[in-house]
Write a protein that binds this ligand. Structure first.
Ligand code: MG
Length: 467
């Protein structure tokens, strides 16, 4: 990871970490990395700082000699899809996803919808951190073209890909984010009756229908249950067939079934994987080291192969491209359907969930009941940042003695050990002085045993290396 780009582009607090001068330099560096020619699509989510950051980015790209296609306020996948259709050489989404309102960020995308790789980001970063980012002469400065129809382009493409589905009622929670510009319209055009919640893009994430007096939800940060309580209640109250939520920039989707139960993202990955494998009679599914062994089970039954990548949608999209995979997915709710593009696409994923109902003719809870919900456990163990690497080296050597029945170790991202009936992952946090342990087993007892043994072994190692 570089000094400026993290696991999901460049992100930070506005005017402290993400400042207009830095963003301007980033725009110039991006144009330089594109050889000072061609065009770049630029769009934003709904944050209060969106215009300030966008104008700095646009100024940098123009001064660097590229044209800008300004697609305005739109979800990340919409910006990226429109950028590709407009023939742009790259796209920029200005968003901090589900982070709180004081944050903003920049994510760079290739014309096929994949995120910039670590190497591409490193090239841009080197230019930003250099003494001076090269610009162009006065007669080569770029021009801005307004392209306000990105949402239309994206919706049309999804409807063409999936066709119309009539007769379903859906509750959509936009989390006051940019998804509200696309997903509810898309669902209506698909043929659904749509109830909306928090479908007013609001840079303060202050949903006006928030009734419970709980802390205000961030834009679609569904790790906080308060975010989803209204969605669950409304699905139940309206007897809807489905509930759908997007995060702040709508590259993620979360699904609630007709009983008001949140569908575990791993179950949704397994389901979409099985659909794709059945349709194409086998193929590759890409997911990260963090997702459930359910995916392997589904793949095995359907002539499929699973490729696991480090955590982060950039790794997933890259592997999807490399392996010609049918689907890429992360348990954070990101789904890449490469038939459309390589960008995680919340509106498209939402439409796919509705399509499922039409194809199966049964309630979603029944369709998904065949998938096992294996117990997963998570632990956070404190470890100073400067000792993380030493601790991880020791864990790689000693884990095999600490846990019985290790069948293989994968070091794509942290240490992931295959156990007889499950797996365990130890990863250092990218931002906090913490090692995270995640484990999955076939039953709670096996899970508890593994978690206890891992906690003791990793705890001892941390104590030893920090002594
Ligand atoms: Mg996001």
């Amino acid at each position: 990871m570089g000094a400026l780009f993290g696991t999901s582009g460049m992100r930070g607090i506005v005017n402290l970490e993400i400042t207009p001068p830095l963003v301007l330099k980033t725009g110039m560096a991006l144009a330089a990395s594109l050889d000072h020619c061609g065009s770049v699509a630029v769009g934003t989510d709904h944050r209060t700082s969106a215009e300030a950051i966008k104008r700095a980015m646009v100024a940098g790209i123009l001064a660097g000699g590229c044209n800008v296609m300004d697609v305005g306020l739109a979800p990340t996948p919409t910006i990226v899809y429109a950028g590709s259709k407009l023939g742009c050489d790259a796209s920029v989404s200005i968003t901090a996803s589900h982070n709180p309102p004081e944050y903003n960020g920049i994510k760079l995308w290739n014309s096929d919808g994949s995120g910039f790789s670590r190497e591409q980001e490193a090239d841009v970063e080197e230019l930003i951190l250099g003494a001076q980012v090269p610009g162009v002469e006065w007669n080569n400065v770029g021009r801005v073209f307004q392209r306000p129809h990105a949402s239309r382009t994206h919706i049309d493409a999804i409807i063409t890909a999936l066709g119309h589905v009539d007769g379903f009622s859906v509750v959509y929670d936009g989390g006051c984010g940019a998804g509200s510009k696309v997903t509810p319209y898309l669902l209506r055009e698909l043929g659904c009756k749509v109830f909306t919640l928090n479908a007013n893009p609001d840079g303060r994430f202050d949903p006006r229908d928030h009734l419970r007096g709980e802390p205000l939800p961030a834009a679609g940060d569904w790790n906080r249950i308060a975010d989803l309580a209204n969605l669950v209640d409304t699905v139940f109250a309206t007897e809807a067939d489905l509930g759908l939520a997007n995060d702040g920039d709508a590259d993620r989707v979360l699904v609630v079934d007709e009983t008001g139960t949140v569908v575990p993202p791993d179950v949704l990955i397994a389901f979409f994987a099985e659909q794709a494998l059945k349709e194409k009679k086998g193929g590759t599914i890409v997911t990260t080291v963090e997702s459930s062994m359910l995916i392997e089970e589904v793949a095995k039954k359907n002539k499929g192969k699973v490729v696991r990548t480090p955590v982060g949608d950039v790794f997933v999209s890259r592997a999807v491209k490399e392996h010609g995979a049918l689907l890429g997915a992360e348990p954070a709710g990101t789904f890449i359907f490469p038939d459309l593009h390589l960008c995680p696409d919340g509106p498209f994923s939402a439409a796919c969930a509705v399509r499922v109902l039409a194809e199966h003719g049964r309630p979603l809870s029944e369709i998904l009941a065949v998938y096992e919900r294996y117990p997963m456990g998570r632990l956070r163990l404190e470890c100073p940042n400067e000792r993380k690497a030493t601790a991880m080296d020791a864990i790689a050597v000693e884990l095999e003695d600490a846990l019985s029945g290790i069948k293989g170790i994968d070091t794509a991202d942290g240490i992931r050990a295959e156990l007889k009936d499950g797996w365990i992952l130890v990863r250092p946090s990218g931002t906090e002085p913490i090692l995270r342990i995640t484990t999955e087993a076939r039953d709670q007892q096996a899970l508890d045993t593994t978690l206890e043994a891992a906690q003791e072994a990793v705890g001892d190692i941390i104590a030893r290396v920090t002594r």
